[in-house]
Design a protein around this ligand. Sequence first.
Ligand code: AHG
Ligand code: MN
Ligand code: MN
Length: 340
Amino acid sequence: MENRIVTLDEFIIHRQKEHPFATGELTGLLRDIGVAAKIVNREVNKAGLLNILGAAGKENKTGDSVQKLDLYANEKLIECLRNSGECAGIASEESEDFIPIPAVEGKESKYVVVVDPLDGSSNIDVNVSVGTIFGIYRRVSDPSGPVQLEDFLQKGTDLVAAGYVLYGTSTILVYTTGRGVNAFTLDPTIGEFCLSHQNIKIPKRGNFYSVNQGYYLKFDVEMRRYIDHCSDENYGLRYIGSMVSDIHRILFQGGIFLYPNTRKYPQGKLRLLYECNPLAFVVEQTGGKAITCNLERILELEPRELHQRTTIAIGSPEMVDEMEAFVKRYANVPAVNGQN
Ligand code: AHG
Ligand code: MN
Ligand code: MN
């Protein structure tokens, strides 16, 4: 497969053939996500030309202002996953409850999908990269009936596949089924995602840290000490405001992304099911690490609700280890004169 263009569809079918008992459902699902990504990409690219920019005038379940393109991306993903019958249900950032999908032609689907249809959507109006994040689980409820909440409240360690699409200077789809991470860049001239990066390995360290430093004074003392350390070490600061974009840079250049708890978000801001778990799975598959600011492995957290939030530190393994050492050293250090 080395010396010619390999499309995403060819690649996932090739991978399926390596599993003699595979039914093709997962292959179908990944292809559906690829199709949805192309449709969303088309709209993201012409966003400046149409009256599709700006807030749709309501808030989603988690209180963020919903952009029109969020809703569009949500609709398209649901539509693409609904049509093929490979997916039994979807949990999305943009929907309060999970969405059961009726069986198509009596076909009982084994899988459910969790998705952040558009990540970093506050960036759309200003032409900065946004993304789509997805995770795929094998359902655990009786496949002859509709999906249940328990199908979605699975730990990240149970993910069958996960990935993201970054609508950036080029559009790239990155995914893993737990056997390494590969990336496919969209060639707009032929409308296909083509294999562009095989078996991605994250650098052990990087020169950048990524955190919303504007909230510095709202972070716990151990996070502030770690951020001071990053600054002392002359790491550069990069923070795009769209986690997918920051993680993508970190996969290739190394670095660490942090979203600690703040007074506004005591549990952290980012969502466990459809933001942190899929990205943690991808990052771990490249050799990186993803933990909470309380030092639990993200993928082992027990989800209790669809829109659960968590803190996160994710990226190059040695940098996450270093952050861990700061937490161990400075957490619960008694305040001096009421100050930390
Ligand atoms: P979304 O657009 O799906 O709501 O996600 C935005 C997330 C994440 O992508 C980003 O890193 C973070 O929120 C930015 O939050 P702050 O503006 O609080 O830094
Ligand atoms: Mn998001
Ligand atoms: Mn979103």
